[in-house]
Design a binder for this molecule. Structure first.
Ligand code: ATP
Ligand code: MG
Length: 578
């Protein structure tokens, strides 16, 4: 919690004003009972109407001022912590964007969402409660006690006695409630995860007739959360009456003992009223302070979760170098992988071992291999979604580690294996490739991607709405739309990760023919499962269990590479093989 206070630094002035006003509010609140005592003692008892009017007017003024000040305090507190919440959310989001996928996967999407939403809300609420309830408590207690002692020593001690009883009781309650608060947060995480899984996987759940069992699972997480919350609330519900009883006992004591003193002429009647109000104020703030203490551990664990993300060192952003270092020799290749070895975080062994190949401008380099052989992993290393453990990847002779990520990614048009579209219009999605692309360029890209006829057939054409993830399009349409998006960008390197898999053979062939014309100046990396898609590539890299099993053209590989022959035999007819 303390570390997050740095987010307050831009608003120092307002924070100081808030503290000052808070102090005034406490003084105002304590001043009013003193005036009450004065009215009773010197006005009512002596029948001095003038005095009553004068002090009464003064009291009204004090009450109005105090009310105004507390409105200002609440306004400032809300303002400061809402803005602080916004700033922390922004920082968290920025951070999540800069994390490597390895780091991101460590937290998980569901937890990231909870951290950005609920966790920050908890932190905001705890800070606000601390300002409004906890901070005034010590001032209120000390000042209230001083005033109480000035009225009567013995009765002031009885207030202290009541405070001790409340503290003891709160200690007992918090021992029970604190672990439950901690549990609540982890239950919330689980609940978000299960809910998210169920909402995104709805089709699979229905297809496998898992609706009932999933419903049970979701229900169980909701129930666990609700039960813990109910248990906490029960404790608090039981706490309230007990505290009221303590407060009432304290009042009784003051009235009883005070009455005797008034009768004995040792005390004035108005002082009893003042003492009761001091006692109530002190106990109220004490109880509120204790409550805040109880919600603090939960907020603290939220703050830790937020800080955990914020404190991740983003991997080296790429140190720009104007000149090439000694092993960044000028190379004719646009893209070059040299002995690349890569292991996912937490995995037992590398998924890629000593991968080397180079891709040239104007040529298509295909990567083929069985499922799980590491094709997508190679594709994701080029835009540096992950950093490799050893070896080098160079673009135009420059190590990609020495390039700012933005520059690197500007050079690359990446079409992921699982086509992903953003909600908005088709046009919006194309503009993701290039912000200022003209309609001409966009139409052209759509033509090359063999999707323009389809878009033209839509009633709203390029303005057609895309729903979240692109779920209102077929798999093949999504693929072609994402291909078109990459084409709009006109990058130096294209990476198509199995992007033609959902296309029929004819569309696949037409698209590749159109693409060949289009990408003359770029290097194309084409990952595929189908031999027919890559047969006429300039170069084919065969991956097998994370190793390069062979490199060459279709003809060369048919003669030399066993893995390739097997794939070919399983897919092509005798005459095609000949
Ligand atoms: N994020 C990840 N964390 C850990 N392991 C992963 C991750 N992604 C992939 N793997 C593992 O890496 C290996 C290679 O996966 P990859 O996705 O590169 O295969 P692929 O050749 O693209 O397969 P496919 O043809 O099915 O798309 C697999 O064994 C997979 O289990
Ligand atoms: Mg893949």
């Amino acid at each position: 919690m303390i570390r997050l206070l740095r987010f307050l630094s831009p608003y120092k002035g307002r924070a100081a004003a808030m503290l000052l006003l808070l102090f005034l509010q406490v003084l105002g609140t304590l001043y009013i009972p003193t005036l009450t005592a004065d009215i009773v003692n010197r006005g009512i008892v002596t029948g001095d109407l003038d005095h009553i009017w004068r002090v009464g007017g003064f009291m009204l003024l004090a009450a109005i001022l105090t009310a105004g000040v507390s409105v200002a305090v609440t306004y400032l507190t809300t303002w400061i912590f809402s803005i602080m919440g916004r700033d922390i959310r922004n920082a968290l989001f920025q951070k999540s964007q800069s994390l490597s996928l390895n780091e991101f996967n460590r937290f998980g999407t569901a937890s990231m969402i909870t951290r950005c939403t609920n966790d920050i809300t908890q932190i905001q609420q705890a800070y606000m409660a601390a300002i409004e309830m906890l901070l005034p408590a010590p001032v209120m207690t000390v000042a209230g006690l001083i005033l109480a002692f000035s009225k009567d020593t013995l009765l002031a001690f009885s207030i202290i006695g009541a405070m001790l009883v409340v503290c003891l009781f709160a200690f007992l309650v918090s021992r029970k409630a604190l672990p439950m608060f901690a549990r609540l947060q982890s239950l919330l995480d689980r609940f978000t995860r299960v809910l998210r899984e169920n909402l995104t996987g709805i089709r699979v759940i229905r297809a496998f007739n898992r609706s009932d069992s999933e419903k049970e699972r979701v229900d169980q997480t909701f129930t666990d959360y609700a039960e813990t919350a109910i248990r906490i609330n029960k404790i608090f519900a039981a706490m309230m009456p007990v505290i009221l009883i303590i407060m009432n006992f304290c009042t009784l004591l003051i009235i009883g003992a005070g009455g005797q003193r008034v009768a004995a002429g040792r005390m004035q009647i108005g002082d009893i009223m003042a003492l009761i109000e001091y006692a109530m104020l002190i106990l109220y703030y004490l109880i509120m302070g204790i409550m805040v203490f109880m919600i603090f551990p939960r907020a603290q664990s939220c703050a830790n979760r937020v800080s955990e993300v914020l404190s991740v060192q983003p991997e080296a952003p790429g140190t720009p170098r104007s000149h090439r270092d000694s092993n960044e020799a000028a190379s004719p290749a646009r893209l070059e992988l040299c002995n690349v070895t890569f292991q996912y975080q937490g995995a037992e062994e590398p998924v890629l071992n000593n991968i080397s190949f180079s891709a040239h401008k104007g040529q298509t380099t295909a990567i083929i291999g069985g499922t799980g052989s590491g094709k997508s992993t190679v594709a994701s290393l080029i835009p540096r979604f992950y950093d490799i453990q050893s070896g080098t990847i160079r673009i135009d002779g420059r190590n990609i580690r020495h390039m700012p990520k933005r520059e690197l990614r500007d050079k690359i048009g990446y079409v992921p294996q699982k086509a992903f579209l953003f909600s908005g219009t088709i046009l919006d999605n194309f503009l993701h490739g290039k912000k200022d692309a003209g309609m001409e360029e966009i139409r052209h890209a759509a033509q090359v991607a063999q999707i323009s006829d389809f878009i033209d057939s839509l009633e709203s054409g390029y303005q057609t709405c895309v729903s979240q993830g692109g779920s209102n399009f077929s798999g093949g349409q999504r693929q072609r739309l994402s291909i078109a998006r990459a084409l709009v960008k006109r990058p130096e390197i294209y990476i198509f990760d199995d992007s033609f898999s959902a296309l029929d053979f004819k569309t696949d062939a037409r698209l590749r023919a159109a693409l060949r014309e289009e990408v003359r100046d770029a290097a194309v990396i084409l990952v595929a499962q189908r031999i027919s898609t890559i047969m006429d590539a300039d170069q084919i890299v065969v991956l097998d269990e994370g190793r390069v099993a062979g490199t060459g053209t279709h003809r060369e590989l048919m003669e030399s590479c066993q893995v390739y022959q097997q794939i070919a035999q399983s897919q092509l007819s005798e005459e095609e093989l000949a």
